[in-house]
Design a protein around this ligand. Sequence first.
Ligand code: ATP
Ligand code: MG
Length: 570
Amino acid sequence: MRLSQYPVNTTKETPSEAEVISHKLMLRAGLIRRLAAGIYTFMPMGLKTLRKVERIIREEMDRAGALELLMPAVQPAELWQESGRWDQYGPELLRLKDRHQRDFVIGPTHEEVITDVARRELRSYRQLPVNFYQIQMKFRDEIRPRFGVMRGREFIMKDAYSFHADQASLAEGYEAMKRAYTRMFERMGLSFRAVRADTGSIGGTASEEFQVLADSGEDAIAVSDADDYAANLELAPALPPAGARPAPSQPLARVPTPGARTIEEVSKLLGIAPARCLKTLIVDGSDGGTVALVLRGDHELNAVKAQKIPGIANPLRMAQPARVREATGTEPGYIGPVGLPMRLIADHSALALADFVCGANAKDEHLTGVNWERDLPAAEAADLRNVVAGDPSPSGQGKVQIRRGIEVGHIFQLGRKYSEAMQTTVLDPEGKALTPLMGCYGIGVTRIMAAAIEQNHDDKGIIWPDPIAPFTVLLVTLNHDRSEPVRQLADQLYAALGAAGIDVLYDDRDARPGVKFADAELLGIPHCIVIGDRGIAAGRLEYRNRRAGTTEEIAANDVLAEIQRRLAAA
Ligand code: ATP
Ligand code: MG
């Protein structure tokens, strides 16, 4: 492709709406253009990378034996009513009516449609297992679309759904997808981790996310520093502290703490570390009452863990201030577990404290020297908190480290949720009805592009991994319009590289070298050949490697072979 024929509008200025580097660079390089919030056009150069990503995904899905199909974006509401998700899915689901006032949705995902396909097409256990996949546009009316295509509203997903006669087959199909995903992301040159994930409200048995490691990632991941344990922070268990609780050594005292409500304020005022103060959070119970959750002051509540405890509202809801006042007789900031008239659940590490500080259930007062089983009965013990760096790893090996990640894929053993709700059966060997188990496997195709850039860039621009670069080689001419020898050699090389099947971009613009090199670095094409009069005279051309940042001379009559050698090594 000749750059003179390509409408790339690169810019030096950083667009003000972009917060993360991938978004900035995608806009500056002209890969995407915004149409509306979370809705983007992929410009030709951006689409080239997208197609390469898709191709790797297709090859690995096909290799794993999955069958590609293509389902509609627009789906009738009846299917969503059948599965129960018409009511459960909040405002993220874009609903619309056709001219006959019939309800439809724009698919945020395709479990309903594929289950409908399966119940019509699959007859016998002999047709199982089967895995259908598609690469297709989704719409989710995200509450906060941001970071460009990282969290868009319209985006492309690869979604796959498998059907199985029994759990052993589902587990096997799930492992096959895990292997396929691992190969794909390795081929794309990404640094990633398969991370245990919450199975959430869908139920299901096993679930892992594929997280591309990047500081800008929205997800926190707990990893072990000693083995390959990795779990989403939502899920990573915090082990109870080893050893018994120390014996009480201080008397219980009531101290004035005027105006000090937060752990920070109380700890500062009393000169006691936050880790020795307890915070008490009042949440809604599932029966209409309230429940008190007690944590160490330096720990954070983990909502996913808390809402799984029977008796606690799911999803977790903090109690309204008026209810808190009614239930505790005091205001937020001064609540504590001593004498609190409601169910009390404490995190393991809160229960392990002796001589702690907590609210006195009276305005402007706290208690010090408080001890479980002396001053109040021991609360129910539970794991309520996020793990923190330095905690023992749940794997039993090493310590926890917290990393950030971008979720690019998610694999999930669904079980019979959809097949049961939508009455999908095949005949088993005895001729009886069998309800298949399902797995589902998603990949954020457009998000991968952003994630790859988060991991591969410098202050000058993108550094594409070879396999997903829009072009593999960039030919840059100097003095293009005035030098016939430069044009001739470049035209020749352009043809030769193209004939050898190499994806080459030819910067044949009549622009200053500084402009061409700045664009070369911004666009991030991995291999660059510079053709100028001086080099031609010496019989040597310049080769620049974008990733290594190196410049070398190569023989002008050997360019094709040199490039081929480098591509093979990449
Ligand atoms: P997230 O937690 O990021 O919202 P999700 O759990 O809703 O993701 P899934 O329903 O599992 O995502 O979708 C499969 C994949 O689709 C995700 O792993 C992610 O890579 C991608 N994806 C989900 N939402 C978006 C979005 N708004 N924009 C771009 N990609 C997305
Ligand atoms: Mg989501």
